[in-house]
Design a protein around this ligand. Structure first.
Ligand code: C5P
Length: 241
């Protein structure tokens, strides 16, 4: 493809910077090593995280594309930077859970590790000031954040992503506990998967030992954070990690 030049910084988020480019339909994302938790109250650095999340996201996006999921992935530029399609993001965190953990356990007063008969599906409103509250379809439609037909499409794509990723990680002896997705709309109106899929945004447990291989090690001050990210990188890329 023609060379895409970085233009201006559009936005700096907690884990990524986003730049406009010479092409109005494309952006460049740059992954940082910065880590936050608890609505940004806890801050730190996970050395090497930016490069790991960049490469892992891009790989998984390509796996998903091949399985028929439209994504924003265009081209990996280097360790940390990737060209993606420009989308208008729905301000929603789309969360699927296969096993109880995190806020499911704390919100509903159950232990972690309950294996569900079928995945749960939920939305949170992306709003740090409101602490990303749970929100349902009728609330989203009432707030005009998306139409019901958009939500139906997002749900269909998300459950398909869960099936594909569960199988993908199972082959690496990793249990996909839960994850968060974000969707956006391209200028032609198509809904596509955007943002990242990484140990920042998914819970990964070693399928044999149950060891946590994700950002919970940072959130919960468990130590071994970098080791966990590196281990996931090795599981996905083997000797090419
Ligand atoms: O915290 P909670 O249990 O709701 O998180 C569910 C899943 O969504 C986890 O995999 C977590 O990493 C991800 N998540 C995220 N960004 C958030 C909240 C949750 O990636 N702001």
């Amino acid at each position: 493809m023609a060379e895409v030049e970085k233009a201006e910084e559009l936005y700096e988020g907690k884990a990524k910077k986003v730049f406009t480019t010479s092409d109005p339909e494309l952006l460049i994302v740059s992954y940082k090593d910065d880590a936050t938790a608890g609505d940004g109250e806890k801050k730190g650095t996970i050395v090497g995280k930016g490069a790991i999340n960049n490469r892992m996201t891009n790989y998984l996006m390509q796996v998903l594309e091949q399985a028929g999921i439209p994504t924003d992935y265009v081209e990996e530029l280097n360790d940390r930077e990737t060209v993606v399609k420009k989308v208008t993001i729905f301000p929603l965190e789309v969360i699927v859970r296969n096993i109880s953990a995190g806020h499911f356990a704390s919100n509903f007063g159950v232990e972690e590790g309950i294996v569900f008969d079928q995945p749960t599906f939920e939305y949170s409103l992306k709003n740090d000031d409101l602490h990303d509250p749970l929100i349902n379809d009728s609330h989203i439609v009432a707030l005009k954040l998306a139409k019901q037909e958009d939500l139906d499409r997002i749900r269909e794509l998300t459950l398909k992503v869960n099936d594909i990723l569960k199988e993908f990680f199972a082959k690496l002896n990793v249990t996909l506990v839960d994850f968060k997705l974000e969707f956006g709309r391209t200028s032609d109106g198509t809904i596509i998967l955007a943002d990242e899929i990484s140990p920042d945004t998914a819970r990964f447990w070693d399928a044999t030992t149950g060891e946590k291989l994700d950002k919970d090690r940072f959130r919960r001050d468990m130590g071994g954070v970098e080791d966990a990210y590196n281990e996931m990188m090795h599981r996905v890329f083997g000797d090419n990690a």
